[in-house]
Design a protein around this ligand. Structure first.
Ligand code: ATP
Ligand code: MG
Length: 270
């Protein structure tokens, strides 16, 4: 499984942080989180979730390296809400997000939330081999259930998961920006990391809602799949101040230098 490399980790100077909102809603969130149910101990996730199934083996090492790099970047600015996205579908966003979330929680014992932000094509529950009918973000956004019913906590790790759940209305209508921003601020007070597995940027507008509330964006490109033209388009779409790095998924051999080179040269023009 994946050969990953993370490129480009220079960051601009931090911008002034937005003031935190009042704590009234936060207390409510704390109460809700105290009630979330546990993921089953007997879970047997998909083998590509290497960080879940074989965390101590070499295959998970790439994710450990990525997690360490990201943690190191925190010395430069606050990174709590990290959006993982890519230009096109099927480049590996969801696998990377789920593996990274698990590794991060194991590595640091910090509180990590894996948030499945792709309400169109959710995969998390299937990959965890759990019921895809379980409620999640979509159900909460549609006010069908309390937040505590939508989320689950890992029985032994400091990892929470919020699957996409089900939606009746178009996701774009549900991801209303003001509500999302306010909610994101609350999540950031409770969690050390919020990793958002976002939809692809080019075919869908939804991903912009997530990047708008992010501290940083991690871009996934997949070897032999991502087209140069798409990568260029994505680099135009994402605010370069937000782009923390590029993860090359499924890489083999020296070709991956292309991406790091491209990215660095673009950044240097900014
Ligand atoms: N490094 C890899 N090695 C082998 N298979 C991979 C790798 N990365 C992703 N895949 C496979 O590619 C498919 C897409 O992966 P994934 O669902 O993680 O992508 P995605 O970017 O989240 O897709 P979508 O845009 O549909 O949400 C899956 O079948 C997954 O198992
Ligand atoms: Mg996905």
């Amino acid at each position: 499984m994946p050969s990953l490399s993370i490129a480009a980790t220079r960051l601009p100077a931090p911008e002034a942080a937005e003031p935190f909102p009042g704590t009234g809603d936060l207390l409510e969130l704390e109460t809700e989180l105290a009630k979330v149910r546990l993921l089953p101990e007997t879970m047997s996730p998909h083998p590509r979730l290497v960080a879940w199934t074989k965390p101590d083996e070499m295959e998970a090492e790439q994710f450990r390296r990525l997690a360490v790099r990201l943690q190191g970047l925190r010395a430069q600015r606050e990174i709590k809400l990290l959006v993982i996205t890519s230009g096109a579908p099927r480049e590996g966003k969801s696998l990377i997000a789920a593996n990274l979330a698990m590794i991060m929680s194991r590595l640091s014992r910090e509180r990590v939330l894996l948030l499945e932000g792709d309400l169109h094509r959710p995969t998390l529950m299937r990959r965890l081999k759990l019921s895809e009918k379980a409620p999640g973000l979509g159900n909460w956004l549609e006010k069908q259930c309390p937040f505590s019913d939508c989320m689950m906590r890992h029985p032994t790790e400091s990892l929470w998961v919020l699957p996409a759940g089900q939606v009746q209305r178009p996701p774009l209508e549900l991801l209303e920006q003001a509500r999302l921003s306010n909610w994101a601020r609350q999540l950031k007070q409770h969690f050390d990391w919020v990793l958002v597995d976002a939809p692809p940027l080019l075919p869908l507008a939804d991903a912009n809602h997530w990047t708008a509330i992010a501290d940083s964006v991690l871009l996934v490109v997949r070897q032999h799949m991502t087209r140069r033209s798409e990568l260029r388009q994505v680099l135009e779409l994402v605010d370069s101040r937000m782009l923390i790095g590029v993860v090359l998924n499924d890489s083999s051999g020296p070709e991956h230098r292309y991406y790091s080179q491209y990215y660095y040269s673009r950044r240097s023009k900014d």
